[in-house]
Design a protein around this ligand. Structure first.
Ligand SMILES: *Cc1c(COP(=O)(O)O)cnc(C)c1O
Length: 411
């Protein structure tokens, strides 16, 4: 009989979101008419920017004509899109990133997992805690970890806490790491990294010959012009970092699918023989072999994000969500809660009151305010005592949720 990848057996059975669903179902069974406000999801709620829709409609039309039809495109993405991204997102911000260092894909979720294909199995890995679960689970699936302990921490991974106590600045690894996952602006804590903070990581990576996997899916939500949007704004990052970006959150492409990964040509890793190998060449090879590119229509839609109309529409979308985040922050602060994030990211990270556990606070909000959040502990042991509220919702629903929370007794 065929053997399965037994590393999958080590995964903790998709605990967080099923458990949330279970509790919602139990509550709804008792209160069938309850109108729940869901601030737990990490999906956008506003429609696509008009510029993207128009570009995609035109692309669909073209595909139905003899001259405008497109078959397989380049595995790395169309040059016109790579060029546009390189100019707008990098060169105009003073980063030396070239079009051929940009690899278009159908999502950062798959890229952050697939990148392990080109990396060895014996790297020492560091992740933050709390963390975007994809980074951890993809390493479990690849057999890079031991089993999880009773707090859900996998053996062999180094967890770097992100908490109010360290002002959401992850400590540098206590024991040397070869591979470091960073996500700023951060999901779930909403924390953002300053230039100095990222410089500290780049310096660490260069002195330890480590690779940083930098997830910048939320860069568009940064409000302060002094904060870096890309790790390549940091001196030396071209020698130690890969960056992941997505059109999912800025342009609402969660259901359209287009993202990109930046792999500098200067980046190298070590082979088993101790030689240096180009990560660009390996990723190019990996994509050419295992990936056939993103649809032409989606790439035309992504290109339209950079048109002047597209830029204005994306700015309106992100400010709409950031106004939601500001409302959530303000209301919770007025209630005396300690509130983090939500200033450069669409997530507000709330300290639970009276040292309540994450799940206890989740239940309290569900039962008394009929508001659904995400328990912080679901993102890692250090998330215990926090809850994530998402700003991805309509203004009306956010205001309803906040008015209800204000009316319930949280102490
Ligand atoms: C939403 C999100 C992404 C984007 O994933 P896609 O697959 O591009 O939709 C990447 N990283 C984090 C941390 C996210 O929350």
């Amino acid at each position: 009989m065929v053997r399965v990848n037994s590393h999958y057996q080590m995964l903790q059975a998709g605990y967080l979101f099923p458990e949330i669903q279970r509790r919602i179902k139990a509550f709804s069974a008792q209160h069938p008419d309850a109108d729940l406000v869901r601030l737990g999801i990490g999906d956008v709620t506003e429609p696509l920017p008009a510029a993207c829709c128009q570009a995609m409609a035109a692309a669909v039309e073209a595909m139905g004509t003899g001259t405008g039809f497109h078959g397989y495109g380049p595995e790395q993405g169309y040059h016109w899109l790579r060029q546009t991204i390189a100019r707008h997102d990098y060169q105009q911000r003073g980063c030396a990133v070239e079009a051929d260092e940009i690899f278009i894909s159908d999502g950062s979720k798959c890229d952050t997992s697939n990148i392990l294909d080109i990396l060895g199995d014996d790297n020492r890995i560091a992740v933050t805690d709390p963390v975007y679960p994809v980074y951890v689970d993809s390493n479990v699936m690849a057999g890079h970890t031991g089993p999880a302990d009773d707090q859900g921490r996998y053996g062999g991974l180094q967890y770097l806490p992100l908490t109010a106590d360290n002002h959401f600045r992850a400590p540098l690894p206590a024991t040397p790491a070869d591979l470091i996952y960073l996500c700023f602006p951060n999901n779930p804590t909403g924390a953002v990294a300053t230039r100095a903070e990222l410089q500290r990581w780049v310096d660490y990576a260069r002195s330890h010959e480590a690779l940083i996997l930098f997830d910048a899916a939320y860069e568009a939500f940064i409000q302060d012009p002094d904060l870096p949007h890309s790790i390549f704004e940091i001196e030396g990052a071209r020698d130690c970092a890969i960056e992941f970006r997505s059109f999912s959150k800025n342009a609402g492409f969660t259901g359209t699918r287009c993202a990109f990964t930046v792999v500098p040509r200067s980046l190298t890793g070590r082979t088993g023989d101790g030689d240096e190998a180009s990560l660009w060449q390996l990723w190019n090879r990996r994509q050419s072999t295992k990936f056939n590119g993103v649809g032409y229509v989606a790439q035309r839609g992504a290109e339209a994000v950079y048109s002047s109309a597209g830029q204005a529409q994306v700015a309106r979308l992100t400010s709409f969500y950031m106004e939601n985040a500001a409302i959530i922050r303000q209301q919770l602060q007025d209630l005396g809660l300690a509130v983090y994030g939500g200033q450069h990211a669409p997530y507000v990270w709330v300290r639970t009151p009276e040292s309540m556990g994450s799940w206890q606070f989740f239940d309290r909000l569900l039962q008394e305010a009929r508001v659904v959040g995400t328990p912080g502990v679901g993102f890692g042991a250090a998330g215990e005592g926090y809850l994530r509220l998402s700003a991805f919702n309509s203004r009306d629903r956010v205001e309803t949720a906040m008015a209800r929370i204000a009316r319930c007794s949280l102490q």
